[in-house]
Design a protein around this ligand. Structure first.
Ligand code: BGC
Length: 248
């Protein structure tokens, strides 16, 4: 079956759509519901059930992929930067399988976005290392080497000047502190320079909602590595989660 359901749980919104995993296109319009305040497991599960109902339920044969803003190993969430601490050590995949009464595939949100950009978007032609970064509530990162995902890179939490840099350079920091594009780009410059110095990538891809304003901040940075906006914008998580689920 080439259709699969992708659900992307984020710090501010939970989005879902049915996608065609062959073409990488959404086959129905995306639905978004606000993430419940506090990001507690039960409330998020409840919102995902509502989302699935609004999407018209799930075809029995369709694979279901869910992505989430935490490190995920064997279906267990091992971190919780912008959601409730109750996620740490939680059997998240099992929790959603019980609630949705079917198998699902559960992964990190940036990893899902990275896989989508590799299959359908900006990283398609990269031969070496592509690093996808999502600038949103947090900073998500995905490492794609020669077409393969190295999962759970949590490089949004790189410490610079003794600070978890996500708290200074995520898009939420720009909004919270009312930063100009110039000041924010200065913080991003420091961040991408550090990634360059450690990993020597072939390409940086910048995702997250703010990537639609890429012309406002990418030209303000000066890096050795080419840096481009994500092609799939805010649908990358949905697409990657669905694509990986249908591989299983
Ligand atoms: C989390 C990552 C996530 C990123 C983007 C970070 O705070 O630690 O797991 O990918 O936010 O949502």
């Amino acid at each position: 079956m080439t259709q699969a359901l992708g659900i992307d749980i984020g710090g501010t919104g939970i989005k879902g759509a049915v996608v065609d995993v062959k073409s990488g296109e959404l086959v129905i319009e995306r639905i978004k519901i606000a993430t419940p305040p506090g990001g507690e497991p039960d409330a998020i599960v409840e919102t995902v059930i509502q989302l699935v109902e609004r999407l018209g339920g799930i075809d029995k044969k369709a694979a279901v992929g869910v992505c989430f803003p935490a490190a995920v190993v064997d279906g267990v969430t091992l971190s919780a930067a912008n959601v409730s601490d109750k996620w740490i050590g939680l059997e998240a995949e099992r929790l959603f399988e019980k609630a949705l009464k079917r198998d699902i595939h559960f992964i990190n949100d940036a990893d899902a976005a990275g896989v989508a950009e590799q299959r359908y978007g900006a990283a398609r032609k990269v031969k070496g290392l592509a690093i996808l970064t999502t600038l949103g509530t947090g900073i998500g990162t995905a490492l794609i080497h020669r077409g393969h995902l190295v999962p759970n890179a949590e490089l949004g939490h790189l410490e610079i000047d003794g600070v978890d840099w996500e708290t200074r350079a995520a898009y939420s920091a720009m909004e919270r502190e009312n930063l100009s594009w110039e000041v924010w780009a200065g913080r991003l410059q420091k961040y991408y320079e550090r990634l360059e110095a450690y990993l020597y990538p072939e390409l940086f891809i910048v995702g997250g909602g703010v990537s639609k304003h890429a012309e406002k901040f990418l030209p303000l940075m000066s890096l050795r590595t080419p840096i481009v906006p994500a092609v799939l914008r805010n649908n990358a998580g949905i697409l990657g989660a669905a694509a990986l689920a249908s591989d299983m």
